[in-house]
Design a protein around this ligand. Structure first.
Ligand SMILES: Cc1cc2nc3c(=O)[nH]c(=O)nc-3n(C[C@H](O)[C@H](O)[C@H](O)COP(=O)(O)OP(=O)(O)OC[C@H]3O[C@@H](n4cnc5c(N)ncnc54)[C@H](O)[C@@H]3O)c2cc1C
Length: 401
């Protein structure tokens, strides 16, 4: 492939992207990224066609190697692709899956050639759903205390135990799980990472209902579940290292503060709901100050994100810096949600019914579901511990990672 580092080549590439989007992106999906994330398990015909087209092109995983079906694009090309897609109101329909955001990158980092050949192409094409089986009833922040047992049965592994908060487990084809393979050694040293086929009766998923109404995650029970011997990702009893890498990929995918999709600027929403003074400014000076502070925080976050991406020069983004960015993304997203409800006043209290606009109901549900952002992928406090220990080099005062 030509080197697309130069401006002229990049302009040619942009033209290619525009033509491809014109031919393949269904007009009905324009600006519908939020809908696409909600309908991930029941896509309509246009969304299905869009997933197929982008999957076959490899542009849902633009920088992944071409040999496994990825786009094989350079970072400048991938950025140009994202920009052209945003201009066209298009979105990456595969970015909502854990295969693309977490498991795939970790298999690319640690997988054998056979594992890459087997698992990466179906992820690239959006044909499989993956879940991540880490948390257990007695192992959340202190993840290394996990107890799900994995025993060597000669020609295969046998898994027994329970996971919890397993997002999308009820729809998943595969689970990337941390399991205990040696209970006799220091807890971090007896863990392995296993790629488990979810299509077996020995695995039961029970969806848990959330405050915002949906059931995005499950309790997952393993009762003599099986996995072949070559299902270990990385080496036996070295799963902690692999598991930490996956979490870095997860956090790197959670550093956008918008929650996906293009958002109406908050000051525009505000001007529809609250009083405006003679100069067209929000009349309440206190709200105006807090809104301005939020807009500055959001801008600073986005600039820092762009700087971190530029400094990474094409690396995967799986670094401890993702902890800083995840916490600042959480702060920006949760503050925006709080301010939105405050601005909407009584209209920001709706759950359903004709008295409330779609945008108002979405704001309330988004505010509730956004609470989870400071918990999943490791809580905000755990990110602070990582920042203190691994970035600032402060003394370790906890047993968590
Ligand atoms: C929406 C959502 C989706 C999720 N999806 C998945 C998934 O797909 N797969 C999966 O395996 N898990 C998933 N989780 C689970 C998530 O990873 C855990 O909830 C998280 O790691 C916290 O663990 P916990 O709930 O057991 O809380 P705990 O670990 O019990 O923590 C409770 C509180 O104590 C604080 N705390 C704990 N230890 C320390 C410490 N050392 N220092 C300072 N403060 C501390 C925490 O910050 C938190 O505020 C999901 C969670 C949510 C909310």
């Amino acid at each position: 492939m030509a080197d697309f580092g130069g401006d002229i080549e990049l302009e040619d590439f942009r033209a290619e992207v525009r033509a491809w989007l014109e031919a393949n992106f269904p007009a009905s999906l324009k600006g519908q990224a939020v809908l696409a994330s909600a309908e991930i398990t029941t896509p309509n015909a246009d969304l299905k066609a869009w997933r197929k087209a982008i999957g076959e092109k490899g542009w849902g995983t633009p920088t992944w190697p071409k040999e496994y079906g990825g786009g094989g694009l350079s970072i400048p090309q991938a950025r140009a692709l994202a920009q052209e897609m945003a201009k066209a109101g298009a979105f990456n329909p595969l970015m909502f899956g854990m295969g693309v955001t977490m498991i795939g990158p970790t298999i690319l980092d640690y997988g054998t050639e056979a594992q890459k050949q087997k698992h990466i192409p179906p992820i690239v094409r959006g044909e499989v759903q993956w879940c991540v089986g880490y948390s257990e009833p007695n192992a959340g922040s202190d993840l290394a205390s996990l107890q799900t047992k994995c025993e060597d049965a000669g020609d295969h592994w046998v898994i027994n135990g329970q996971k919890i908060w397993t997002s999308g487990a009820q729809y998943s084809d595969w689970c990337g799980a941390l399991v205990r393979t040696d209970p006799t050694v220091k807890k971090h040293d007896g863990i392995s990472f296993l790629l488990i086929d979810m299509h077996q009766p020995a695995i039961e998923t029970r969806p848990i209902k959330l405050i915002a109404g949906a059931s995005p995650f499950c309790e997952t029970f393993f009762t003599d579940a099986k996995a072949p011997k070559d299902a270990l990702l990385g080496k036996l009893n070295e799963g902690w290292t692999v598991g930490k890498r996956l979490l870095q990929h997860e956090r790197a995918s959670q550093t956008g503060a918008s929650g996906g999709g293009r958002q109406t600027p908050l000051h525009e929403i505000a001007k529809r709901y609250v009083e405006v003074d003679g100069k067209g400014r929000i009349a309440d000076p206190d709200l105006r100050t807090r809104l301005t502070q939020h807009l500055m925080d959001a801008r600073i976050h986005n600039l820092t994100l762009a700087r971190a991406a530029a400094e990474a020069k094409g690396a995967s983004g799986a670094t401890n810096a993702a902890s800083v960015l995840k916490n600042s993304a959480t702060h920006v997203a949760q503050t925006r949600a709080e301010l939105t409800l405050e601005i909407m006043g009584a209209q920001g209290l709706g759950w359903e019914g004709e008295a409330f606009a779609k945008e108002e109901i979405e704001a309330v549900r988004g505010w509730l579901s956004g609470k989870a952002m400071s918990i999943y992928g490791g809580s905000a406090e755990i990110q602070n511990n990582i920042i203190s220990k691994r970035i600032l080099g402060l003394p370790d005062t906890t047993q968590s990672s």
